[in-house]
Write a protein that binds this ligand. Structure first.
Ligand SMILES: [Zn+2]
Length: 267
């Protein structure tokens, strides 16, 4: 006999259409995964016609901009403003770094462009099943975990169902020599959480309010302090795009080059 529960179901069609490919690309309530295994329960959608997650874009590694004159210490990441505002100072900066890096054959600027460009992110309501009394937390995650979760949904159906759903294990591992972690997602056993469901349901966060977007002018002002000249900028190029071997341009001439490129891009 099935117990009657008040929750937003995810239909098989939704799972199918959502697992076809997927997008390319703080606070005390946030759950930060510890290294090793974490047993989690993904909560059902917080409202009708919503998914179990909210997707958004985020710029990371902004501290790398300190090498380029960023005057705001402690600025590490910032939500992308492109979707909400139609333009984003950080996307523009990443594009400029790519354009100037390509033009000047400057690997540092190209790497910077890659580091700071907007990355696809997700956030979901979850319960850490090792500490269920802590209640519902928000788990932000990237593309690797998203794909792992979608894979589990595709194989096991709606794992968020309070009775027939199941827990999952997210494994976080250090990658030697890298600053980021590797993640994998695997399904755990079916687990009935209906006894706690009323409490969990009351704690679900409205994910439409995430991420909290920064003020456009504020981001633009921070970006304005950045000068895209690499500390050890590579050789500049001739008008034909060929690098001039061994030529170290003066800072003034490099700034002129940057201004010219910016003008080109604004046309
Ligand atoms: Zn952006």
């Amino acid at each position: 006999m099935t117990k009657k529960l008040d929750f937003f179901d995810i239909s098989d069609e939704q799972i199918k259409s959502d697992t076809k490919g997927g997008p390319g690309g703080g606070g005390g309530n946030l759950l930060t995964l510890a290294e090793g295994d974490t047993l989690l329960r993904i909560m059902p959608p917080w409202a009708r016609d919503r998914k179990y997650y909210k997707a958004y874009k985020m710029h990371f590694a902004l501290n790398e901009l300190i090498n380029y004159g960023l005057e705001v210490d402690g600025w590490f990441n910032s939500p992308c403003l492109a979707d909400a505002q139609g333009k984003c100072p950080l996307c523009a900066l990443a594009n400029r770094a790519k354009a100037i890096g390509t033009r000047n054959n400057d690997p540092q600027l190209l790497a910077l462009s890659k580091s700071i460009r907007a990355k696809q992110q997700y956030i979901a309501n979850v319960v850490n099943m090792n500490k269920p009394t802590e209640g519902v937390k928000l788990l932000p995650f990237g593309q690797k975990v998203y794909e792992g979760l979608q894979n589990v949904f595709a194989r096991k159906g709606n794992i968020t169902h309070p009775i027939t759903g199941r827990n999952i294990v997210i494994t976080k591992r250090e990658i030697p020599g890298q600053r980021w972690f590797d993640y994998s997602v695997s399904p755990d056993d079916v687990a009935d959480i209906s006894e706690n469901w009323d409490s969990f349901k009351g704690q679900l966060q409205d994910l439409d309010s995430y991420p909290k977007l920064p003020d456009y002018e504020e981001v633009a002002n921070k970006v304005a302090s950045i000068e895209l000249i690499a500390p050890n900028s590579g050789p500049v190029t001739t008008a034909g795009g060929n690098p001039i071997p061994g030529y170290v341009p003066s800072k003034a001439s490099r700034l002129e080059e940057v201004d010219r490129l910016l003008d080109d891009m604004e046309d």
